[in-house]
Design a protein around this ligand. Structure first.
Ligand code: SF4
Length: 282
């Protein structure tokens, strides 16, 4: 049993509906995760997705009172309680690195997306978590054309937040295969442009090796071509390349392995040559 599944009857901060703590050694501290998709529903089905029992769909109606209660409970436990002691977090990692909206599905499919962003931002500001900690939205970016999403992104921007925009392929065929998304490059570019003009946006590329085919040349060329267009059309500067860290929960899991680091690093160099800052993580 991991430390983070240890619960306390009065202050059970690990069995909540919308809010969960993650101690990240890599990030060097605590991340407060927010899950708008307790129903495990997403409008995509990425072959590397680690959400168990993933379903096609949207986030359910949110109970904003419960979100508020849970966020206050966890933040109070971290800031004023013995959370770090109970979880045996080393002293140097006793810091809230970020509040990350990263659920078991696509968070921007939430009806009250703007209200939820506002609530989280206000609570974190009131409790002194912002502006020191980051406010991050992890999204597949497919719903940014919706007004309620853009309204939420404006609020995210007002709290100094940033968008991590998933882009695992830059070809229509690759996206259909990896993400089970019918979205075309034109729509992705439109949404990236919209997002990045509202709020700081970073591109996240997850490269997986399917059936040991390595990194396909069509995919590599597609990325470089599309990233060149993105460079010209948007203010985006940062790209992160990463690979499978934990096993997929999808039927394709058996055929997936992590992309070799050397391949990701070489690809990263090519993206740097286009003028982006690139971070390659194992
Ligand atoms: S967008 Fe995220 S939650 Fe949705 S299927 Fe892909 S990895 Fe899973």
């Amino acid at each position: 049993m991991s430390k983070l599944s240890v619960t306390n009857h009065n202050r059970n901060v690990t069995g909540l509906t919308y809010v969960y703590p993650v101690i990240s050694r890599r990030a060097g501290g605590l991340s407060i995760g927010i899950n708008f998709n307790p129903n495990n529903a997403c409008n995509w089905r990425c072959i590397y997705c680690q959400v168990p029992d993933l379903k096609l769909g949207s986030a359910p109606e949110i109970d904003l009172h419960l979100l508020e209660k849970e966020l206050r409970l966890l933040l109070d436990d971290v800031l004023n309680g013995d959370f770090y002691e109970r979880m045996e977090v080393p002293n140097e990692q006793r810091v809230i690195k970020d509040i990350a909206i990263a659920g078991n599905g696509e968070p921007t499919s939430l009806n009250k997306f703007d209200e939820a962003i506002s609530l989280i931002g206000n609570i974190a500001t009131e409790l002194g978590v912002f502006p020191n900690s980051h406010f991050v939205l992890i999204t597949n970016g497919s719903l940014i054309h919706r007004e309620v999403v853009q309204a939420g992104l404006k609020i995210l921007h007002d709290f100094g937040g940033e968008i991590w925009f998933k882009m695992d392929s830059a070809t229509n065929e690759g996206r259909a295969f990896i993400n089970h998304s019918a979205q075309k490059n034109e729509a992705v570019l439109k949404n990236l442009t919209l997002a990045s003009h509202i709020c700081e946006t970073k591109i996240q590329i997850c490269l997986v090796d399917y059936q040991r085919q390595g990194f396909l040349e069509t995919e590599r060329a597609g990325f470089l071509d599309f990233l060149t267009q993105i460079r010209a059309a948007t203010p985006i500067q940062n790209v992160t390349i990463y690979t499978l860290a934990r096993p997929s929960h999808q039927p394709e899991a058996i055929d997936l392995t992590a992309m070799p680091f050397e391949i990701m690093e070489r690809f990263g160099q090519e993206i740097r040559a286009l003028g982006f800052n690139v971070n390659v993580t194992k």
